[in-house]
Ligand binder design. Structure first.
Ligand SMILES: Nc1ncnc2c1ncn2[C@@H]1O[C@H](COP(=O)(O)OP(=O)(O)O)[C@@H](O)[C@H]1O
Ligand SMILES: [Mg+2]
Length: 303
């Protein structure tokens, strides 16, 4: 405006300024690409380095009779630098219920992971009816278990198909019987198309409690020797919990069961209660024994 610079000079200045900045911008964007490449490489190498599961196709099937489970001197850690489970010994008698309680991160789910052989123990043995888990194939081992977990897993398909997932050859009558013993039959019949109602991918058209009842029906249909309930009722309300509780009690009859629960009401009636802390069993006994011991369980119960 004061006439000291011509239009030509100022345009030239602006063009040079942009040209000067461009490589700096380019370098910045290459840098972000390099960073995501490094993150991707980390995952690729983790996969390449992962040790494959040992081939167990030629190992015999598990012949469970009753379902007595023993952990003997078991050591395990996810990453070798931080020990988690050390020298764990426990016995679950056939047909009895073992409850595991303890703060979050104390290793309750880890025990289940080891039992199902999602991870192998570092040392020690887990036996089922005195057969070491490593001496049988994983498929047959897992067929003897049913699990009901906190997060329900349903797929897009009919109610019927979702329950039958446990045993695809089950007859209609068997599926309805399983739903009845899970206290799920009455709500299923009230659905628009009963057993043929399509469930959305995540069970979106059902309540949390209803989804849980379906997974219980699934476990009932599978009818295995050993049952695992891992915080199965922690995401439902108290009324639903009481309904599910009846289904659970029925399912626990004559089965070896591991029950992990936040609410101590659920585990009071267990035959054996294990109290875990930092990967160790620090107390064990029945509800009454643990209360009269005035230990960690006593504190937990009163809290
Ligand atoms: N897949 C995993 N990989 C590495 N660490 C894990 C894994 N699962 C659990 N952990 C760690 O192991 C410890 C015990 O976890 P977990 O058995 O799930 O506890 P709980 O079920 O009692 O809440 C925690 O410190 C947790 O961070
Ligand atoms: Mg857990």
């Amino acid at each position: 405006m004061s006439g000291q610079l011509t239009v030509g000079t100022i345009s030239a200045f602006l063009i040079y300024a942009t040209q000067f900045a461009r490589p700096i911008n380019d370098m910045a964007s290459v840098l972000t690409q390099l960073q995501s490449a490094a993150a991707a490489a980390e995952r690729i190498f983790a996969l390449i380095d992962a040790e494959p599961e040992s081939n167990d196709k030629n190992l015999p099937d598990l012949a469970a009779k009753g379902g007595r489970i023993d952990f003997k001197d078991v050591y395990f850690s996810y990453d070798k630098k931080t020990p988690l489970i050390e020298n764990l010994n426990l016995t679950a008698m056939p047909g009895r219920t073992v409850a595991i309680v303890g703060p979050t991160g104390s290793g309750k789910t880890t025990i289940v992971n080891l039992l199902m052989r999602f991870y192998d123990v570092d040392s020690g043995v887990i036996t089922i009816d005195s057969q070491p888990e490593e001496s049988v194939n994983r498929d047959s081992l897992r067929r003897h278990f049913a699990m009901v977990l906190q997060d329900t897993w349903l797929f897009c398909g009919t109610v019927h198909e979702n329950i039958a997932y446990a045993r695809p050859d089950a007859s209609d009558d068997e599926i309805i019987a399983a739903a009845k013993s899970a206290h799920a039959d009455s709500f299923i019949r009230r659905l628009p198309k009963g057993y043929d109602t399509i469930i959305a991918e995540d069970g979106g058209n059902l309540s949390q409690g209803q989804k849980q009842l379906l997974t219980i029906a699934r476990a009932m249909l599978a009818d295995p020797e050993i049952l695992i309930l891992d915080e199965a009722t922690s995401s439902v309300d108290t009324v639903t919990e009481q309904r599910i509780q009846r289904a659970f009690l029925k399912m626990l009859e004559n089965r070896t069961a591991f029950v992990i629960a936040h609410r101590l009401s659920t585990i009071r009636s267990a035959d054996l209660i294990l109290v875990m802390k930092n990967g160790n069993i620090i107390e064990q006994g029945t509800h009454e024994e643990l209360l009269s011991a005035h230990g960690f369980y006593y504190e937990l119960y009163n809290a």
